[in-house]
Design a protein around this ligand. Structure first.
Ligand SMILES: C[S@@+](CC[C@H](N)C(=O)[O-])C[C@H]1O[C@@H](n2cnc3c(N)ncnc32)[C@H](O)[C@@H]1O
Length: 360
């Protein structure tokens, strides 16, 4: 390849000079001195045009300055002898993203993840591409404000970020074996320190809510399909047809973040299987997986508290979907998971049929 030939030609004659300039570019970049990085890279490129590493440094300075077209051209030169690593691939992805080439940006993110399956910047960029807009807490907060439910049940409260979004007048119950509440909760909120299975076996949920049904629920506990399915079954029993169940982590970024055993920082477990299972075995449910970052938020309505389809066939359904490989999502993730845009005017439209007279 011409680039390599030129590089070898010049590095033979002026190797020391190139080496010194590259050394300076590396040191300047490490010291966050963009001016010096750019100058060293530019001088190196004057000696050896298209030099891989010099092009790389020139490209990342251009990227940091927001010159995406120039950055892309330099990073592309640096790519000529092969991508330098996850960071390089991610920088290419970022340039394409900034230039609105989202499909190409996704491909470069995948290359970055081939180098490092836990490369957080690549995951963050994939989230920005696949789930633009507000995050799941903003959507949940808006749902609380719009629905003003009398009762709210949340499975998996952690620091309290989501249960703290409930309105002051809502009777709220949180369930978590290891809650670590860091935010102020309303006086009408109670947190039970136990697993959801134990909670449902030991408590009559309707009695806990003073004889009222659950109007809004959020499932965000153990990120395993079978746990989330049991949570859904237990919750639906205490709902009305008009209640809403939200389920977190239903729109995985990719295979690596969608496994049962956690291997990545960004992780949604195999909760996605629940959407497939509900679609198949409960076609009466209305399922919308809102593309809310970072891992999607499903909204389920038209509930049937009398239905026993799931509980009567629990073992069979769990076995069936545990055997379902992520490959089923490879080509048509959006349709398979009932993707719904993260657009509040459209989301609010989903709430209308469940708003009771008292709330209109
Ligand atoms: C992702 S965090 C919840 C985050 C919280 N909903 C939020 O939005 O900030 C998951 C929580 O589920 C809890 N958890 C794990 N297994 C559970 C189970 N079997 N039942 C209920 N909660 C569980 C964990 O202790 C953890 O605090």
């Amino acid at each position: 390849m011409l680039t390599t030939v030129i590089k070898q030609l010049f590095s033979g004659r002026r190797g020391a000079s190139i080496d010194a300039l590259l050394e300076e570019a590396r040191a300047a970049f490490a010291a966050k001195d963009l001016v010096r990085t750019e100058k060293s890279a530019k001088d190196a490129l004057a000696i050896c045009p298209h030099h891989v590493e010099a092009s790389y440094y020139y490209g990342i300075v251009a990227l940091q300055r927001g010159n995406h077209t120039e950055a892309l051209s330099a990073l592309h030169d640096a790519e000529a002898d092969g991508i330098l690593g996850a960071e390089h691939a991610c920088q290419m992805a970022f340039c394409h993203f900034a230039l609105q080439n989202h499909a190409i940006a996704e491909r470069y993110c995948e290359i970055a993840l081939q180098h490092d399956s836990n490369y957080i910047n690549a995951h963050a960029l994939l989230v920005a591409i696949q789930m633009p807009g507000s995050d799941y807490t903003a959507v949940i907060s808006a749902i609380h404000r719009s629905l003003r439910p009398a009762t709210y049940l949340e499975i998996g409260v952690a620091q309290g970020k989501s249960i703290a979004l409930a309105n002051a007048e809502t009777s709220s119950i949180g369930v978590d074996p290891e809650p670590d509440i860091q935010l102020p909760l309303s006086s009408k909120t109670r947190v039970f320190t136990k697993t959801s299975d134990t909670f449902f076996s030991e408590h009559d949920v309707r009695a806990e809510f003073g004889g009222r049904p659950i109007e809004l629920a959020f499932i965000d506990g153990m990120h395993h399909f079978d746990f989330a399915l049991r949570d859904f079954v237990h919750i639906e029993r205490h709902c009305t047809q008009k209640s809403i169940i939200l389920i977190h982590d239903c729109y995985p970024l990719n295979r690596a973040t969608a496994t049962r055993d956690r291997a990545t920082t960004c992780w949604s477990g195999d909760v996605w299987r629940l959407i497939l299972a509900l679609k198949k075995h409960r076609p009466d449910l209305e399922i919308f997986t809102i593309a809310a970052r970072p891992t999607g938020l499903a909204l389920i309505r038209n509930l049937d508290p009398q239905s026993r389809v799931l509980s009567d066939n629990m073992d069979k359904i769990v076995a069936e979907f545990m055997a379902t490989d992520y490959a089923v999502l490879d080509h048509n993730k959006r349709e398979m998971l009932n993707w719904f845009p993260n657009d509040w005017t459209k989301i609010e439209g989903l709430l209308k049929p469940v708003v009771s007279d008292a709330h209109v």
